[in-house]
Ligand binder design. Structure first.
Ligand code: ADP
Ligand code: MG
Length: 497
């Protein structure tokens, strides 16, 4: 039943004009046409195996099959548009659309939107490093039995004023109903308003910005959009989601991330593209080489911007925003909103509509507990005893340092587990292979630094283990958000002691 996605580019007969003059030879494997006659093909499927997604597998017939648990069904959409605590951003509230299908029964999977983070961004270099975290925050055993409050979206995808072909692709991906954040922001983005969207991890923020932006591009094929994300893997994941939505359209993208060969990105940029999705460092590099001209980009998305800030990308972000047109359309998405980022929002966004669909810090779908390491006990042995339990099917273990993560992965492999590792000391190919192996279920364990904590959508993660305590509570929120995604249940354990 797995819904295979092929991510094909547009019809191979379509001509795709080059944007640059040089005729660069290319040898990638798929079907993006060149106008200079050379038969070039390329495969853009670098990162995420098509099989890694479970939502496509829902039968198309289950039309109202998804319900969400963000809020009582009676809440009007205008109540969702609420101001951030930061005073200086203006909040606009648009009248709620009359709910067309309020009688739809809440069937099927419950999608909790009541997840996410506190109002702080987690990170490596931020001032919050070493903040005191109350251990009790790592324990949440009871909520898992709670009855989810059913979320009834105001809209169905067919209610949105978007291109019919796009609607068909959305349904083709198995997205039958908008998630709460999609329900509440898509109309605002379609109106052209700047938007700050705060929603729990795993609740479909990517599609919330991609769908209206793709519609914009369909209306104006010259429209250019830049999406910035903190990690390479997340940028690649966003591109894969985009490809699912633009199947059959002449909409092209270039993924500009560090660690991947820049030569290929350079030659890709010479071809027509509407979307650039990348990490700040590499995008900046390409701007400096005059391969990207941000003056042409009227729309920008900052995904997980608080993390980019924490990773030290603030100057790059300012530099890029300065190069973009003043009247650009700017969108900002995250599960957490730090005070620092609230200040940036003021600088980067114009009178943004603030939408938050969170009701509590962490997911109701994730059962949380601590594992106390007693004096004289070997942490690795305790971990071993957990991992041999068949319940621990697909486990992400977070460690603090690159070195510690690597060491732990080696130790686990020595103990006979299949463990992969992902951290900043690995090159991009190694990171990608580790992630793919884990996603495909060929390894039980992925040992990771916080590089894998943000945004990554890996289906079926049964457990997140914090082998080392996260530096901030927001890091914790994002780490455990790798499990219990899209309505599934998950467990998070944090080693203390
Ligand atoms: P976030 O950015 O909020 O953490 P993602 O955009 O990564 O979440 O989406 C989480 C998962 O939910 C993805 O696997 C995505 O395919 C799925 N998803 C998103 N929107 C929908 C929808 N409307 N219906 C079903 N599944 C969805
Ligand atoms: Mg995301």
């Amino acid at each position: 039943m797995e819904h295979k996605k092929t991510f094909s580019r547009g019809a191979s007969s379509s001509a795709r004009p080059r944007t640059g003059g040089a005729s660069s030879p290319r040898s990638y494997g798929s079907s993006r046409p060149r106008t200079d006659g050379a038969s070039s093909s390329r495969s853009y499927s670098s990162s995420r195996p098509a099989s890694s997604r479970t939502y496509g597998s829902r039968p198309a017939s289950s039309s109202s099959a998804r319900s969400y648990s963000a809020r009582p069904a009676s809440t009007s959409s205008s109540s969702a548009v609420r101001p951030a605590s930061t005073a200086s951003t203006t909040t606009r509230v648009y009248p709620a659309k009359p709910r067309p299908f309020s009688a739809r029964p809440p069937l099927g999977r419950s999608f909790s939107a009541s997840r996410g983070g506190s109002s702080r961004g987690g990170g490596k270099r931020g001032a919050r490093k070493g903040q005191h975290i109350d251990i009790n925050k790592f324990i949440n055993k009871t909520v898992i039995t709670e009855e989810a409050v059913v979320y009834t979206p105001e809209h169905l995808f067919k209610d949105f004023v978007i291109d019919e072909r796009l609607k068909a692709n959305i349904l083709g991906k198995g997205y039958n109903e908008p998630t709460p954040i999609q329900d509440r922001v898509i109309a605002h983005i379609l109106h052209g308003h700047d938007v700050v969207g705060i929603a729990n991890t795993g609740t479909g923020k990517t599609a919330a910005f991609l769908i209206p932006l793709i519609d914009k591009v369909l209306k104006n094929p010259k429209e250019k959009v830049i999406v910035l994300a903190p990690t390479r893997e997340l940028a690649q994941q966003i591109e894969m989601e985009l490809k699912g939505f633009v199947k059959g359209f002449k909409i092209f993208s270039v993924c500009c991330v560090g660690g991947a060969p820049i030569g290929r990105q350079i030659s890709d940029l010479r071809y027509q593209h509407n979307f650039i999705i990348g990490t700040p460092g590499r995008v900046k590099d390409l701007i400096e080489r005059k391969l990207i001209n941000l003056a042409d980009f009227k729309s920008a998305v900052l995904d997980e911007a608080d993390r980019m800030l924490d990773m030290g990308f603030i100057h790059d972000m300012r530099y890029m925003m300065d190069l973009m047109p003043k009247d650009r359309h700017t969108l900002f998405f995250s599960a957490t909103l730090s005070p620092e980022i609230a200040a940036l929002i003021k600088d980067f966004l114009k009178e943004p509509v603030m939408v938050s669909v969170k009701t509590q810090d962490t997911s109701k779908n994730v059962e949380q507990d601590v594992v106390k390491i007693k004096a004289g006990e070997d942490k690795l042995e305790v971990l071993h005893d957990l991992l041999i339990d068949p319940e621990f099917k697909k486990v992400i273990i977070f460690g603090r340092t690159k070195h510690g993560v690597e060491k732990l992965a080696v130790a686990l492999n020595k103990k006979g587990f299949k463990a992969q590792s992902i951290h900043g000391d690995k090159n991009q190919g190694q990171r990608q292979r580790a992630l793919d192996t884990f996603k495909k279920g060929l390894a039980q364990i992925l040992v990771a630094t916080d590089v894998a904590a943000r945004g990554l959508d890996i289906s079926g993660v049964s457990h997140v283990i914090n082998y080392d305590i996260p530096e901030t509570y927001d890091d914790y929120v994002h780490r455990i958000g790798r499990t219990g995604r899209a309505g599934q249940k998950g467990k998070a354990l944090t080693f203390i002691g």
